[in-house]
Design a protein around this ligand. Structure first.
Ligand code: NAD
Length: 437
């Protein structure tokens, strides 16, 4: 099929490449000229495992093309996916101006029947607004349908998630459009849930909010474990063995971050408020999340007394492992607070340092080529992102590099007993402090 994606960021580019990989002919549109130029030169603007290979392969086979021209995209695709940003506003509600703008841009180019699919994460009832906008700006009589097809990919495993998703949700109110969408997804082996548009939109916010709730639940437990002497890792294992609960998303840590969870929960709260059905449970989820980083920073302050002029190493800057994305990363909040309090921060991340360099805080942080160099002469080491390579660092080498052997493991990544056996004082989340042997 001929497909078009408008917005070629993390979601749009990866989705476009995966559609091409299963045989569709895809045009990816973006209004960022630099991004399209670099894609046309064969440079992939983001790091996502496996993405570069499939982009290159499908560009060569001409099944994947890039342009800045929306009209070209609308002409090409029988289905047009919208994958533009839906950032938060100061009050938590979603800034829908990117969606509205794209709806207008598509509308004026429409010549014959198209299915317009919203893949961006939007508040319930946005589809109705998109349809209204297109009707308003399109030539009279032009046929089109609007569909909601929320995206559930996770950065770091986006290609895998798109190629074999847990489910595909298609929300539509027209049989004609639903039949087209079934054809788009025919090459994928995954259960398809067909719903109305409002339900599909709500599913995305409800799913992300539930995952955030699970994280905050275990983080609240971690505090209880710390004061009672229990080990949150064992508690999570024990409750996660119950099939009704499951072990995933029960990892205690510095809290959730990234470009989706914080904004999607805020958006869900805002839309529930707007509709007159406040979702107070989710407000508590946000509070627990903010408290988790503050509690962690308090433990660092408690151990180091004064942070000013102390050299502190931070491992990990991306919001999670296997991605270079630093948007709303908790690691960045942490680094900013340490710098504000006068600490001398040295940091290392396997993939996110280029994206970090684009942030204002970067000029106040020293970046190194490897984790040991970051820790050299440091008075404390903070593990902020659970990159697997940090778990296999030679602890003797680390001990020799550091000035004082203090580890604050914000992701419970390292083995506390092993760390203690090398002379470290180790502090994790919800598992107490283990002193050096
Ligand atoms: P992104 O910022 O990486 O990409 C969006 C792209 O849209 C940018 O390249 C931007 O230049 C382009 N754009 C903006 N306006 C445009 C226009 N008028 N015409 C053409 N291009 C335009 O964002 P993202 O992370 O891909 O997220 C996109 C949407 O998908 C958001 O609603 C997000 O919540 C949702 N989502 C994201 C993820 C994720 O993990 N990143 C997962 C699921 C859903």
């Amino acid at each position: 099929m001929k497909l078009t994606i408008i917005g070629s960021g993390y979601v749009g580019l990866t989705t476009g490449a995966c559609f091409a990989e299963v045989g569709h002919h895809v045009v990816c549109v973006d209004n960022d000229e630099r991004k399209i130029k670099s894609l046309l030169e064969g440079k992939i603007p983001i790091y996502e495992p496996g993405l570069e290979t499939i982009v290159r392969k499908n560009v060569v086979s001409k099944r994947l093309q890039f342009t800045t021209n929306t009209e070209e995209g609308v002409d090409h695709g029988e289905v047009i996916f919208i994958a533009v940003p839906t950032p938060p506003q100061a009050d938590g509600s979603v800034d829908l101006s990117f969606i509205e703008k794209v709806a207008r841009e598509i509308a004026v180019c429409l010549g014959s029947y198209r299915v317009i699919v919203d893949k961006s994460t939007v508040p319930v009832k946005t589809g109705e607004r998109v349809a209204q906008t297109i009707r308003r700006y399109a030539k009279p009589g032009v046929e089109f349908d609007v569909v909601s097809n929320p995206e559930f990919l996770r950065e770091g495993s986006a290609v895998e998630d798109l190629m074999s998703p847990d489910r595909i949700v298609i929300g539509g109110n027209s049989d004609r459009a639903l039949a087209v969408m079934q054809k788009v997804y025919e090459p994928f082996v995954a259960p398809v849930l067909v719903t109305d548009i409002n339900s599909a939109e709500l599913i995305k916010h409800a799913a992300n909010s539930f995952l955030a709730l699970k994280i905050s639940y275990v983080n609240a437990l971690s505090e209880l474990c710390e004061v009672s002497g229990a080990d949150v890792e064992k508690v999570a294992e024990g409750i996660g063995m119950d099939k009704r609960i499951g072990r995933s998303f029960l990892n205690a840590g510095l809290g959730y971050g990234g470009s989706c969870f914080p904004k999607d929960i805020a958006a869900f709260i805002a839309i529930a408020d707007q509709l007159g059905t406040p979702f107070d449970l989710l407000k508590e989820v946000q509070k627990i999340n903010a408290r988790q980083l503050n509690r962690f920073l308090d433990s660092v302050r408690e151990a180091l007394w004064v942070l000013k002029d102390k050299k502190i190493a931070v491992w990990g800057l991306s919001f999670k492992p296997n991605t270079d994305d630093v948007r709303s990363s908790v690691a960045i909040n942490l680094v900013e607070t340490l710098v504000k309090e006068g600490a001398e921060v040295t940091a290392y991340d396997p993939k996110a340092m280029d994206k970090f360099r684009e942030l204002p805080i970067a000029s106040k942080v020293t970046l190194t080529d490897n984790p040991i160099e970051a820790a050299r002469d440091a008075e404390a080491l903070i593990v902020a992102t659970e990159w697997p390579e940090f778990a296999t660092v030679d602890l003797q080498e680390l001990r020799d590099a550091m000035r004082t052997p203090l580890i604050f493991d914000g992701r419970n990544l390292l083995d506390p007993t092993a760390a203690a056996s090398y002379g470290f004082q180790y502090r994790g989340i919800g598992r107490g402090t283990l002193a050096a042997e």
